[in-house]
Ligand binder design. Structure first.
Ligand code: SAM
Ligand code: MD0
Ligand code: SF4
Length: 347
């Protein structure tokens, strides 16, 4: 058992010392209103010390929803009989350009594990990424699923800065129930190889999928050990047609506490407030928990989908820089420029 008080644990984190598992669990278990308020206030302070008023923002381009995998939680799992799309390269580039014009700091190119791309050694994806880099001058994050070292070499060679691949949990038994028929080690290995190649990596966990508070603490610590510069949590959202469709979405307080603890443990990390869970209405709480990055900015009427909330707020224009900036303004915050983003993370 950990005997430190909540105040002492938070002070330790603010002093720049890494919390241990018991301390993290204690923060995640906070229930008292005053202690919750202290947790969120402290996470905000840590963010402000490092980033001032600036909040970063990523454009999200889910360019193919075909997938060979069968993740139990995902709408796009191969067994789900849904309409899918694979956007043609020119369209993807035009969408990236419009996101760049709207003021995002990076383009996140995300795909299902589409075998069409695997069969051609990612030729189309590499060409899309190179053209986006050339036309927008923005950094790129790629979320390709598990790929070979050879493909990671090629992605790194065209200058893609970020590699995102979420383990979802660092409990191997739970992983096997979520990412059915997939290898924990292969997934982790791909991420570590990308890091070794000099790419920045993002790691993520899912909340509300049967994990214990110990599992969450393990994930938070593992994210630091592997050197992830971007760390995320997303609340599970049940998907029509999937095996987990009847599992309730978790109380958002869980996600918010995880965001705050991540901020205390990793003061200068990018921590997303994803619009893909509760749409634009969910932005404020996540920012107030210590997030410093808005993800899942999607242009309206682009025919593009989100991952956890495939349509929410997209065509209505809710997931735009304009809407986000409006909310930030009320909080005394503002969207960073692409230059500020580059200075903070890429130089
Ligand atoms: N297909 C690639 C992969 O799985 O790595 C790229 C897509 S990845 C960015 C999709 C991520 O969205 C998953 O890793 C998971 O963290 C999240 N996600 C998917 N379905 C979700 C759901 N139903 N609720 C919450 N998050 C979900
Ligand atoms: C997001 N829907 O940021 C996106 C996605 C993929 N790199 C990120 C889960 O919310
Ligand atoms: Fe495919 Fe990714 Fe969905 Fe899993 S999470 S089914 S790999 S798109």
């Amino acid at each position: 058992m950990n005997n430190k008080s909540i105040i002492e644990i938070i002070a330790k984190a603010k002093d720049g010392q890494l919390l241990d598992k018991g301390e993290i669990i204690k923060l995640l278990n906070i229930k008292k209103v005053e202690e919750l308020a202290l947790l969120f206030k402290s996470a905000q302070e840590v963010r402000t010390n490092h980033f001032g008023k600036k909040i970063f923002a990523y454009g999200f381009v889910y360019f193919s929803t075909y997938c060979r995998n069968d993740c139990a939680f995902c709408y796009y799992r191969k067994s789900n009989m849904i309409e899918r799309y694979r956007k043609n390269p020119n369209e993807v580039i035009a969408i990236a350009q419009s996101l760049a014009d709207s003021g995002v700091n990076l383009i996140d190119l995300t795909m299902g594990e589409d075998i069409a791309y695997h069969n051609e050694d990612f030729k189309t994806v590499l060409s899309i990424a190179s053209q986006i880099k050339e036309k927008t001058d923005l950094p790129i994050m790629i979320s390709p699923g598990v790929i070979s070292n050879k493909i990671i070499d090629k992605l790194s060679d065209v200058g893609i800065e970020w590699f995102a691949l979420y383990q979802e949990t660092h409990n191997r038994e739970l992983f096997a129930k979520l990412r059915l028929h997939q290898s924990y080690d292969e997934r982790m290995q791909a991420k570590l190889y990308a890091k070794e190649k000099g790419m920045l990596i993002e790691e993520g966990l899912l909340a509300g999928v049967g994990e214990s508070v110990e599992d969450i603490a393990d994930s938070i610590l593992e994210m630091g050990r592997i050197g992830a510069m971007q760390v995320r949590v997303m609340s599970f959202v049940p998907q029509e047609g999937s095996p987990m469709k009847d599992i309730d979405t978790p109380d958002r307080l869980k996600e918010l506490k995880i965001i705050a603890v991540m901020r205390l443990c990793y003061p200068n990390a990018l921590i997303p407030a994803s619009l893909d869970i509760d749409g634009i209405a969910g932005l404020e709480d996540r920012i107030n928990a210590g997030a410093n990055l808005i993800t899942s900015i999607i242009p309206p009427k682009s025919g593009l989908m989100g991952v956890a909330q495939n349509r929410m707020d997209v065509d209505e224009g809710g997931r735009t820089i304009k809407e986000a900036a409006h909310i930030l303004e009320k909080l005394g915050l503002e969207i960073a420029t692409a230059k500020e983003y580059k200075e903070a993370y890429l130089e």
